[in-house]
Design a protein around this ligand. Structure first.
Ligand SMILES: *[C@@H]1O[C@H](CO)[C@@H](O)[C@H](O)[C@H]1NC(C)=O
Length: 124
């Protein structure tokens, strides 16, 4: 019994440490979210209730037809309700984010970032 408690305590501590080491960016809904995610040629994300992976390819002059928007990797279609997204320097800037943009973001080395968008309670 004591062993079991010890095991879960240690497991909890390690899980917390791992989670704490993953960069977390937080924003309020409606803001432009600037995510310092680095200098990749493409980014992936797993967000919202719909699930699935979306890819964003940075425009490089040779990929005009497939760059600059979030594409659903499975359907190969543009994600209709995804925010306007641009790469500015080493940041990914998502305009007017909503709670649906909360989730996991990855650079092209599969480095993982957590993004959380808070919906503010409506005033009045
Ligand atoms: C977000 O970025 C767009 C485009 O740069 C700009 O027009 C808009 O004012 C910005 N909105 C906020 C809330 O900063």
């Amino acid at each position: 019994m004591t062993n079991r408690i010890l095991f879960f305590t240690i497991l909890f501590v390690f899980a917390s440490l791992i989670l704490a080491s993953i960069p977390l960016f937080t924003f309020n809904a409606g803001e432009n979210a600037t995510i310092g995610i680095g200098d990749s040629k493409e980014f992936k994300r797993s967000v919202g209730s719909a699930g699935g992976i979306q890819v964003y390819r940075v425009c490089d002059g040779k990929n005009a037809k497939t760059c600059g928007y979030w594409e659903d990797l499975k359907t190969k279609k543009k994600v209709a309700n995804a925010p306007v997204t641009k790469k500015v320097g080493k940041n990914l800037v998502l305009e007017k984010v909503t709670a649906e943009d909360s989730g996991s973001y990855y650079d092209d080395g599969d480095i993982y970032f957590r993004v959380q968008i808070f919906e503010l309670a409506p005033t009045k």
